[in-house]
Design a protein around this ligand. Sequence first.
Ligand SMILES: [Zn+2]
Length: 268
Amino acid sequence: MNGDQRSPFKVSEPNTLKKTMNDKQETALDAMAGDGGYEEAYLGDHLRFKMKRDKKRFWAGDNISDYLHEGDKERLIDEATEAFELVLDRLLIDRENDPNSKGTARRLAKMYFNEIMAGRYEPAPDATAFPNDTQDRYEGMLVVRSELRSMCSHHHQPVVGVAYIGLLAAEKLIGLSKYTRIAQWCARRGTLQEELCNDIAREIERATGAKDLGVYIQATHGCCENRGIMAHSSLTQTTVLKGAFKDDAGTKKEFFDNIKMQQEFAPR
Ligand SMILES: [Zn+2]
């Protein structure tokens, strides 16, 4: 969180701006994004325009935790609740009398922020690295299998699968559970599986310093199973290979042999 991003949200603005904003929302909010805030605007709008101003990408798969401050998430959940209420109204669902739909708007808002898209709003998991530079340093290949839960950006349908993360140990090592924490932090956003594979590879590289690594993901997609083509048990596989995993046939084979052994040990 940079100092310049900590501009106060609640600053009263002259009434003229209020008027302008109602007439021409985008332009007025755009103007206000630079200098403080606007009392009645949504925090979500304020943050959106700040990111636009900074040319910060905020796609479904992007992490925007740098823009959130203490307490913001609660406020954003309130704002999203309001918006989900409107969606339910537009779907003609009686959220006032249907006991099962009563708290649904808030449940949805909380679920998006705290669970299925949590990886957009939370900073990267802390992955303390330990030196791997002694005489008896580990030099082999490490393959970690991580359970994944994600969702597609297109339909907000679940993507469920497993990522296999392989690397040749570099100068530092991170705790085994950290690989999965990083993978899940990348996954808990709206993504494409291809993008997710790239994201995990990049973040593992950042955390470990390893240049030789591979990420292989197998997943099923709710958007192919529950709608559209309605194809149950269709499986999508994606692979990202870097360094020796890409250039050295032996390393590549060892990685996929390891995956096979893992799958024989614990079929999913
Ligand atoms: Zn989809």
